[in-house]
Design a protein around this ligand. Structure first.
Ligand code: URA
Length: 517
């Protein structure tokens, strides 16, 4: 810039939008042309070399100028554009934006020329920033770091954005993972959510991010299972999931293997007989179902049946206990329906990994929500009383719910149970299915209509169908009976009789416990 007086502007950070806006206003007011301005950020570090700057970096001038008033009104879309483009990694972005601003003020026709090279260039830059933000939202993968006894785990992710987008994207993760404590490390910036506030700090290195965990193994299993070879379009996939992100995406390790085998597997899929549509828990036809009363183990689907089919060879081995732990953590974050947003925590199933009998309730109640354990409130106490009378040790049962979060409405300070809607129960069903898949119970008890519908895949009239075994997931028998809350709510004059009838229903499952391994 020989022959020109250069005005040096130092901004507070790479993304100092308020600083840029104020300085640009001041420069315009002083009629300082774009060619006379040099923009600096702490990272570019050159501002001190020009200490004869005639504009203070920290005291923007908004004063009127002796050359007369200046029209500083620009379209609001331009302001939005600037806010985005400022996040671009091009060091020339401030100069480009100031130059456009200058021209908008001094060349009114520019507003009507969308094909102007300067306008097109910054539009492309904004597009690149938006794409980077979208990719960060899609491709951040958290890994869990245990923080020590009694403390919630920290979830850490490593990501390499192209632009200065960490501050801009962090609120998205805050809203999405409010309940978790998490951190995202990038080479330039880091952000940490402690459950209450976002903290921004300097960048890190990839080696600071944790190694793969059980949750990741589960995700890989899921990814391998949902991968549909018949729909593989490699070019499209690379467009959506650019190769440059692959080294940070655990599932990318599977892609080449899955893709290599895709043709052969598509062929097998075409030749294979049609499968049962819709529900993932497929009831087995009654003629192949086990006889319940005398021989609990006969005909029950064994582990070899699980994952049978074209995807079986892709399943990544993971111990059921690890899988259940990972599932439990994942339910906490689940927001597939609105219930989770208001609950204290998710309440996952509890019991031995290979319990012979799984008991399924509706959803956690107030006490369960607070304590994070199923059936520990009033309904749970009635259930405990019943099983004690039947001689069933609770520690031999796997006890869970169809819906994993507590749905309630506030009446004053009291949280009153609300029945989940069909849509909410359906959104939650896959968690229960995954639990069944891991525990492999020989039989299940459905307590109430919500559990019965989840297990049988159809509406169930509990009063009519109670005390009977029905065909449930993968040939497992499902005993339908009342929910203990129904007994608690019922007519006190009939309590004793109703309780006795309920015990009679439950007693039908005693054989399964006797045969427990
Ligand atoms: N009701 C349920 O269905 N489940 C619980 O865990 C508690 C009450």
């Amino acid at each position: 810039m020989a022959g020109l007086t250069v005005t040096n502007i130092s901004l507070a950070s790479e993304t100092d939008w308020p600083g840029f806006r104020n300085e640009a206003r001041a420069l315009l007011a002083k009629l300082i042309a774009p060619a006379e301005v040099a923009w600096h950020t702490p990272a570019s570090g050159a501002a001190d070399l020009f200490s004869d700057s005639d504009v203070s970096p920290t005291s923007p001038l908004v004063a009127a100028h002796s050359h007369g008033p200046i029209n500083l009104v620009v379209p609001s879309s331009f302001v939005t554009l600037c806010e985005t483009v400022i996040l671009h990694n091009d060091p020339a972005r401030f100069g480009l934006l100031y130059s456009l601003l200058w021209r908008l003020v001094h060349e009114p026709a520019l507003r009507h020329d969308p094909l102007d090279a300067g306008r097109v260039k910054v539009q492309h830059m904004a597009q690149s920033v938006r794409r980077d933000m979208h990719k960060m939202k899609a491709f951040v993968r958290f890994r869990t770091v245990e923080s020590g006894e009694g403390k919630p785990p920290l979830h850490v992710a490593w990501f390499e954005p192209d632009h200065h987008i960490v501050e801009a994207v962090a609120p998205f993760f805050m809203r999405r993972f409010t309940q978790m404590e998490w951190a995202i490390l990038t080479p330039e910036r880091s952000v940490h959510w402690d459950g209450e506030r976002l903290h921004f700090g300097p960048g890190g290195e990839r080696r600071h991010a944790p190694a793969p965990d059980a949750g990741e193994a589960l995700w890989l299993t899921y990814y391998a299972n949902i991968f549909n070879p018949a729909r593989l379009k490699m070019a499209m996939m690379k467009k959506e999931m650019p190769v440059k992100y692959w080294h940070n995406l655990p599932e990318a390790e599977l892609i080449s293997g899955l893709a290599a085998d895709a043709m052969a597997r598509s062929g097998r899929m075409v030749e294979a007989a049609p499968t049962q549509p819709a529900r993932r828990i497929v009831p087995v036809a009654s003629e192949t179902a086990p006889r319940v009363s005398n021989a609990p183990h006969e005909g029950v689907a064994g582990p070899e049946d699980v994952g049978r089919g074209v995807f079986a060879e892709l399943t990544v081995a993971i111990h059921p206990a690890q899988a259940l732990t990972a599932l439990k953590k994942a339910t906490d974050r689940c927001r597939e329906c609105p219930i989770g947003e208001h609950a204290t925590q998710s309440v996952f199933g509890e019991g031995p990994v290979h319990a012979a009998l799984m008991v399924v309730g509706e959803q956690p109640g107030d006490q369960e929500d607070l304590r994070g354990r199923p059936f520990v409130g009033p309904a749970g106490r009635l259930f405990d009383q019943a099983i004690a009378q039947l001689g069933w040790p609770r520690e031999q049962l796997y006890v869970t719910n169809a819906v994993k979060h507590f749905k309630f409405e506030l009446r004053g300070k009291r949280r009153i149970h609300k029945t989940p809607t069909q849509r909410e129960a359906s959104a939650c069903l896959h968690w229960l299915e995954s639990e069944i898949e891991q525990v492999q119970p020989h039989a299940l008890i459905a307590l109430g209509a919500t559990a019965a519908k989840a297990l049988l895949g159809r509406p169930v009239a509990v009063t009519r169908e109670r005390g009977q075994w029905h065909d449930g997931p993968r040939g497992r028998k499902v005993l339908v009976t009342l929910h203990p809350s129904a007994l608690l709510r019922g007519d006190p004059a009939e309590h004793e009789q109703a309780y006795k009838a309920w015990l009679d229903d439950l007693a039908l499952a005693t054989d399964w416990l006797k045969h427990a391994v």
